[in-house]
Ligand binder design. Structure first.
Ligand code: GDP
Ligand code: ZN
Length: 320
């Protein structure tokens, strides 16, 4: 018998799948699934599960096509992408309001937009800032009109409620952000209970101890959150679309450059340079755009090279 379900927890053990009848079952991958392009279930995946009679474990027979997915460049294998979560409706980028790293935020916004889901920003630790409203509006300007920006403090329940309202009743939101920005605290506050340990450092001092890598946490009024702890390094993968959405301001001017492949350096008729000169666009913004665009191009180049190598090896094998 086959049932459909959602992957709701990933830890050291087998993926935990919540079946549509509410039952939760640990599942291993069928050999055929593992062979099919090395697909492994990630949090949020919808799976078809077989439940052999008298067996305590299910078998994942198939993973359904992903509606949205969060992909970063695999930090170990730099020519492949790594899917970290699937089928979410909203990406919440979490940054602290004090010592906000704007460059990191820009990169996170590119990755978030590339997923195809809605994007929001939550600024944490507002109580530590003298001017939370001004930082918030700076971020809102940077993120653009399509991105809601909420400043929160654990000490201010109304601010937590505003963040909670970002997530619709039947929606799943994933949280991305560097460790230490306050994601676990935020998840606990939003869920209204302790679901994750915050800032718990291992005895050997090697960062925090996480037994649960990915967990879908239900919200009190519907909807769910997925925190992504321990995600180090957000290398860009295919992200042209995400770049375009995160840098609508720059691309808006770029569409008026004389040359289609303008690098916005010193070409004649460059509308981006002109916008900077006229004070309509910040120089730093253009620099960020160009460096992220270069990173995406480099990844694509490396990947094409790797594909060529693989192709060559395959044809070598055929010849032998
Ligand atoms: P994570 O690594 O992103 O999950 O971050 P944590 O949730 O573990 O939080 C990191 C640190 O920031 C902890 O010491 C928290 O107590 C602190 N923190 C989180 N939210 C707030 C806040 O709203 N105000 C203040 N003052 N500190 C906070
Ligand atoms: Zn230009």
């Amino acid at each position: 018998m086959e049932s459909a379900g959602v992957v709701v927890k990933l830890d050291r053990g087998y993926p935990l799948v919540r079946l549509d009848n509410g039952e939760q079952v640990r599942c291993e991958h069928a050999a055929a699934v593992e062979k099919a392009g090395h697909v492994r279930a990630v949090i949020g995946d919808r799976a078809l599960v077989e439940l052999p009679g008298g067996h305590d474990k299910g078998i994942i027979r198939d993973i359904l096509p992903r509606q949205t997915q969060f992909v970063r460049r695999d930090p170990a294998e730099r020519t492949t992408g790594q899917v970290l979560a699937a089928n979410f409706d909203l990406v919440i980028v979490v940054e602290p309001i004090v010592q906000l790293n704007f460059k990191r935020l820009e990169r996170e916004l590119v990755l978030a937009h590339e997923t195809g889901a809605r994007v929001a920003v939550v600024l944490t630790k507002a109580d530590l800032s003298d001017e939370p409203a001004s930082v918030r509006s700076q971020v809102a300007d940077l993120a653009g009109a399509s991105v809601a920006v909420v400043a929160t403090s654990l000490q201010d329940e109304a601010s937590i409620e505003r963040a909670r309202e970002l997530v619709g009743k039947d929606e799943i939101a994933i949280l991305i952000g560097k460790s230490g920005v306050g994601k676990s605290s935020l998840v606990n506050a939003l869920a209204g209970r302790l679901v994750q340990n915050t800032a718990e450092v291992r005895a050997d001092g090697k960062g925090r101890h996480t037994t649960v890598d990915r967990l879908m946490v239900p919200l009190p009024d519907g909807g769910a959150l997925v925190d992504m702890p321990g995600v180090r390094g957000l290398g860009l993968w295919d992200a042209d679309q995400g770049l375009g959405m995160a840098f609508e301001d720059v691309e808006g001017f770029a569409s008026r450059c004389r040359f289609r492949d303008c690098s916005h350096e010193n070409e004649p008729g460059c509308a981006v340079r002109k916008a900077v000169e006229d004070g309509e666009l910040a120089e730093a913004r253009v620099a960020s755009y160009r460096s992220l665009a270069a990173e995406i191009a480099e990844v694509r180049e490396r990947r094409a090279e790797a594909d060529r190598m693989r192709g060559r090896k395959a044809s070598d094998r055929r010849r032998r």
